[in-house]
Design a protein around this ligand. Sequence first.
Ligand code: NAP
Ligand code: SF4
Length: 677
Amino acid sequence: MTTSYANILKPLHLGFTTIKNRVVMGSMHTGLEDRFYNYPKLAAYFGERAKGGVGLIITGGISPNRQGWLLPAGGTMNTLGDIAPHRLVTHAVHKHGAKILMQILHAGRYGYQPFVVSSSPIKSPISPFKPRQLSDKQILDTIDDYVRCASLAQKAGYDGVEIMGSEGYLLNQFLSRHVNQRTDRWGGPIENRMRFAVEIVKAIRAKAGEKFIICFRLSMLDLVHDGNTMDEVITVAKALEQAGITLLNTGIGWHEARIPTIVTSVPRAAFADYTAEVKKHVAIPVIASNRINMPETAEEILAAGKADMVQMARPLLADPFWVNKTATNRVDEINTCIACNQACLDHTFKNQRATCLVNPQAAFETELVYLKTSKPKRIAVIGGGVAGLSAATVAASRGHQVTLFEAAHEVGGQFNLAKVVPGKEEFHETIRYFKVQLEKTGVELRLNTKANREQLEREGFEEVIVATGVVPRALRIDGSDLPQVLSYAEVLRGAPVGQKVAVIGAGGIGFDVSEYLLKPEHQPQPQPLADWQREWGVDPNPNYVSEGGTTAAEVHPPIREIYLLQRKTSALGAGLGKTSGWVHRAQLKKHQVRMLRGVQYKAVTDEGLWIELGGHDQLLRVDTVVVCAGQESVKELMPAAPEKTLANYHIIGGAKLAAELDAKRAIRDGAELAAQL
Ligand code: NAP
Ligand code: SF4
């Protein structure tokens, strides 16, 4: 093979079956699996990924019984009647030569419903429901439920099952002392704590026979107190192998852990060495996971022998054709997952259908369709931010003749600012993706060109898409024209900032700017793994003996004194994403950022920023004031409603609505409009 990704593309022979390459699409809940009537959409979603070349797919978690539900009436497989919709999924995947496992997930005390059970009756910090302790008999009944569930999955055409044993779900709640405080045969030493998982595997293997894949997702690193040591993890891995698993998958960190494991600031492949440590002790194929999003990273892990397969979930939401693009040396065409969680996990936590910020078609394959046009039109897109890029590339891919006007010297808009924020380096990948797409789809790009209506009409465009974006909202108080008052855009473009800073506005950008100002000047970006481990207290020793692989986090004196301010009286950062907001809040707290709410801004003087707080005037003695007070739309190009124009005008993204602007809406707006033209 001449490709440079030979290890990724090598088939994996399991004796009774072969997986065509080393890429696993990991389990991820989309919300579609919970309702039988959504299975045609789920089948289209998985079918698209199978068509895109992935070797093995693992479904979102399906519960073996009611107690195991993650959410009320969540996806369950426990009667013959549950099989039919799943056949749509297995058929859609097999048609393209991929294999598929159904994940059996019993949420245990993570269930957001009143029937929750666990090893011990200890409430989790992420669910309001206190679990009942499973009795000996109930544990044996639960094992039967797992076996029935696996057997039904086999009847539905799945190539096997994955048993979810990590991330703090039920089996992890038995495996680790963090929850398991039993003194019977299911608690105490690791040999007892692992009995539940091992008995499930043995019973499924006995029922399903030898030609059925059983994958077990094991926590390599619990990242909670009283978590397992590596020695205990290895003991469990060996016992599971002995019990009959075919594949061993990696899980990292319990959901309640306060160490990030998947957000964009986690270095790529941060946890592969822990998987490699376990791999030394078992003969079955082992799967690495977490923050693997591009082929170089995946290939490096495999080439170094750290794992036999690599698992990605979000990167395959972002680009279903990840594997085919890798196989044909079109890596620059990959739409990279930027690990933002904004449209996938944050949606799941809000009980909305998961999709992808950079790929709005994900999980909407049957609803957002880019059909070739039979009537190609001349389309002008004004503005090369992500809304305009999305509109231009989708329209051009459908066969329209598209010209993109961008006033600046480069495309990317607000993403050019985001990519300089520490931990957001991945955002440059989206700009790279769109640049390649502009070329591939034949969009004519006019940089440094501010379009005007006369020119657009003279050139005879039939459709004009106004995607002119936003400008930072200016502060309008006395002294806001002083040179020490800067917009977030000026700061992120490199304007000098003093040692003492007031950041006005505590939305996503206020947090981002604070983190930017706290980064030591010479700290490399992206942050090296060893620094990141020290900062978050992750034991760097793959053969760790610390509880759950955690150590004391290193704390350095902050390089700047920062006040982060807002007018609202609610908690700062309350509007940030559910799965990433806590990471940002923890970062700023660690760096002693002083967060003030209920503030009124009075004036900026050479002494600093005057505010009113709790009815009293107060001076914050700062050198610089950075304004992160949201944005205002730029839409001069948009004709007023009754005005007659030669072209049809449309407005999208931040130009349409600056409030709550986010890239997710901008990209979706562009794609939806372009799909209809
Ligand atoms: P934002 O979230 O709307 O926050 C703007 C902040 O400015 C608010 O704290 C608001 O709070 C304050 N503000 C509004 N008008 C003001 C005025 N006239 N004077 C003083 N303060 C004012 O906007 P953003 O931070 O610019 O972010 C823009 C979008 O980007 C957001 O929708 C967000 O989703 C997205 N984003 C997300 C992240 C993330 O981490 N998920 C990161 C960056 C950006 P008060 O009115 O209470 O003062
Ligand atoms: Fe990745 Fe963000 Fe898309 Fe989720 S929404 S798949 S994290 S790019």
